[in-house]
Design a protein. Sequence first.
Length: 297
Amino acid sequence: MRAIRGSAALLIAAAAVLMGAAGTAAADSSAPASASASATDGATDGGGQGPTEAGTSFRTAQPFLAGQHATADASTGDYLYWRVPVDTGQRPTVSAKVTFPGTSVRKSSTTWQVDVYDGLRRRQPCMYGMQTRSLAPGEDTVELSCTLRTVRAWAEPWSNDPLPGDYYIRLTATHAERGDLGLPMTADVSVSAPDKGGAFEVGGKLAAPLVPNAAASPDSDAGDGASPSPSPTLTSSDVVTASDKPDGGWSSGWWTDRWLWTGGGAVGAALAGVGGYHLARPRRRVAPPPGYPGAPR
């Protein structure tokens, strides 16, 4: 009996330690979101400000980090490109804002769209958000957003799952009248990438983040002013390790809070087994002492 109670106490103590560690890991998993929020707050006073210009192709895409704001002064009809590193377990949301000056002389509505491509330049679909919106002639601002699927550490070669690495953001007007092309506008792009924790982990790890080598970019990017191809595709041989990386570096790929919850579940199952045995085991009848009424002679 004492042995059972002692083992139960040890199991309870181990469960408490594991649950405390799991709570700590859960708090740590939300740290990237907090860091992104603080970086966004710092962007208002210049501490987290990103680039103030945009690239015109995948090769010249301007880098910035999640939580920063990237801005650019451009013209209607330009292709604007940025890139941002996103790590395993994060679910990025891209927000874009296009603003025209109050003196703009737009004569018709324009349609704006934000597209997101992964490190292999595969266009990633949006889970939700207004990826395409139209701006009426009497309006000066349009806001777009695109929330991607959670980035996975590993995926099958045939799948289109988002993988860790650089993500390219392209903002452009998909429809504009000829008279509205070339009108000045200002673009503001930001990315939030909260960590979703071990619930989205898979049994595998990518060898390196997907960051295309500039030397391996297709010749279509080094253009003569022509519009770039919407989704040029690179192979795995064109991928190298990132020179730009998220705050805190790329994840190690094997440790997640799923280990803690798995250990806690195992301890809980052991506690349930000990408790069930203690409640269901047969009770041994103790014989009354000699001379007690009903005692065997």
